[in-house]
Write a protein that binds this ligand. Structure first.
Ligand SMILES: Cc1cc2nc3c(=O)[nH]c(=O)nc-3n(C[C@H](O)[C@H](O)[C@H](O)COP(=O)(O)OP(=O)(O)OC[C@H]3O[C@@H](n4cnc5c(N)ncnc54)[C@H](O)[C@@H]3O)c2cc1C
Length: 492
């Protein structure tokens, strides 16, 4: 699938290469496939019992669903291209057109207005906008049209820009729910240029924020969520496809294999799996049997682990500030709840920060037709907790208590009284989310970290902490980083 057709002597050289990939999330698997495609032998080391990382399967009441990532952004076409290359194109599905709601406003909840950008309305007088921000919010937002023309100038912060032009109501009730829901970050910390790269030029042309949003979105009432797609059966089909491809290429994925240390000697890299003993205790674990030396390593773990493993080899990395990594928990509930048949809150609910304990809710059986079919009369609802600077409210709870809290939050967010007796099963998943690329300063940090790593021969690193969160960023970065390493190994 990767366009790599090395000349015979290069093919021979490639076939002798042994490469270790540490971390079997999508980034690690895509990077592994890209180097395996030229004939190199790749071993993927994955700490967990299953590969996939944030793209993982959940199961409750006999039903299988996505416990983490459930979709991909169509932007850029990279994920779709990968899916097609793996022969999975027939599984691609679009979410149902229901759209999301916003909760935590006077009156409880309302549909998220259509046609905006990052929650910024194109027309503050539109009825669906007015319903969320009220008349006073609408008049304040309209001042944007009367104020002197603007360019983003120094307002790289999305929050500052929106507050200044359109006021607190638009910021708090429309933009903040979207930015915490999508980026797990407050709009004050979001870089406008990174989150909406074409907005700046549109601002210069139109002179107002709402005018710029109209121009960028084409003024059309595009339903929120229309820019993502999923896979019938769940996004973990992508992980299964990548693993199958790797096996076909003669490479292997070793699960339950946490890498604790990376060493280097004259013959190459040594990967040590298992726990590193305290000083003076039993000896350091042996290198993995049969894979004692690797010509190169690709780090594809979370940021903290990558930094720990790379520290002895990439000393310049220490000077680069680490990104924040919010902890997220998702509790998926399988419910007997005919009162949800009408999808009372569309595909799900985003919350005004501080208004609810949960950050967001997805009514998965309303959003995905394939899951509705599998669930029959049951409903699947995902409740998310935690965002940047705020640990999940479920963090200290046991699974039963976490499910009970998720049920209470689901009742509040869906506006439907759900009783414990209606809960048929639940599943809880914990994640550390990499800093989104749209967070202020993230791009500079990523460039500096990548430069420090690229300076060391035989090492590559990828993953959401370097590419930005989201499969649309993770996939092309992993391919590009593997390509860089391949080039260095074959031609360097
Ligand atoms: C809850 C949630 C929902 C999301 N929803 C979406 C979505 O709908 N659409 C979208 O595009 N993106 C979504 N994302 C983002 C997207 O899933 C991630 O950006 C992407 O999957 C990250 O891939 P990765 O390989 O970089 O990291 P990860 O998936 O985190 O993989 C890293 C892997 O490294 C392993 N590892 C760590 N330490 C070691 C070690 N010492 N040795 C060996 N292995 C190790 C981990 O176990 C893990 O499997 C979501 C993320 C989360 C957390």
């Amino acid at each position: 699938m990767t366009e790599a057709h090395p000349a015979p002597e290069l093919a021979e050289k490639a076939a002798r290469l042994r490469i270790a990939v540490i971390g079997g999330g999508v980034a690690g698997l895509v990077a592994a496939e890209s180097v395996a495609a030229i004939g190199a032998h790749v071993t993927v080391f994955e700490a967990a019992d299953a590969a996939g990382g944030a793209v993982r399967r959940g199961e409750a009441d006999g039903l299988t669903f996505d416990a983490g990532a459930e979709s991909f952004a169509v932007r850029g076409g990279h994920v779709r291209a990968l899916i097609e290359e793996l022969g999975l194109g027939g599984l691609v599905v679009s979410p149902e057109p229901g759209g999301a709601w916003v909760a935590g406003i006077p009156g409880g909840a309302a549909p998220l207005p259509k046609g905006g950008l990052l929650g910024i309305p194109a027309n503050p007088f539109a009825e669906d906008v007015r319903r969320v921000i009220g008349w006073s919010g609408t008049w304040r937002a309209w001042l944007d049209r009367l104020r002197p023309p603007l360019t983003i100038g120094h307002d790289h912060s999305l929050g500052r820009l929106v507050r200044k032009r359109m006021g607190d109501r638009v910021l708090d009730r429309l933009v903040a729910p979207v930015s915490t829901g999508v980026y797990s970050a407050h709009p004050d910390d979001i870089d406008v240029d990174a989150a909406a790269p074409t907005l700046n030029a549109a601002l210069t042309r139109t002179g107002s924020l709402s005018g710029a949003v109209t121009e960028v979105t084409g003024g059309a009432g595009r339903a929120p969520g229309a820019a993502v797609q999923g896979l019938s059966g769940g996004m973990s089909a992508l992980v299964d496809g990548l693993i199958a491809r790797l096996e076909l290429l003669g490479s292997e994925v070793r699960t339950a294999s946490p890498v604790e240390r990376l060493e280097r000697d004259a013959d190459g890299w040594i990967v040590r799996v298992g726990s590193v003993p305290e000083p003076g205790a039993s000896p350091v674990p042996e290198p993995v049997e049969g894979t004692s030396r690797f010509d190169a390593v690709i780090l594809a773990t979370d940021e903290a682990t990558a930094r720990r493993l790379l520290a002895p080899h990439v000393p310049d990395l220490e000077a680069v500030t680490a990104g924040s990594s919010p902890r997220i928990e998702i509790v998926t509930l399988v419910l007997d709840a005919p009162e949800l048949d009408s999808a009372p809150r569309g595909s799900g609910v985003l919350t005004v920060p501080g208004s609810h304990t949960a950050k967001a809710l997805t009514h998965s059986t309303a959003k995905w037709a394939w899951l509705r079919t599998a669930a029959g009369s049951r409903h699947v609802v995902r409740v998310s907790f935690g965002s940047q600077g705020e640990d999940p409210a479920t963090a200290a709870l046991d699974d039963e208590a976490a499910a009970a809290l998720a049920l209470t939050e689901a009742s509040a967010l869906l506006g439907v009284a759900l009783r414990p007796a209606q809960l048929r099963g639940s599943q809880r998943a914990r994640f550390v989310q990499a800093q989104p690329s749209a967070v202020l300063g993230a791009a500079e940090r990523r460039v500096a970290a990548s430069a420090a790593i690229a300076a060391i021969p035989g090492v590559a690193a990828t993953g959401a902490w370097l590419s930005g969160t989201g499969l649309a960023q993770v996939v092309p970065h992993a391919k590009a980083e593997a390509e860089r390493l391949r080039h260095d190994l074959l031609w360097g």
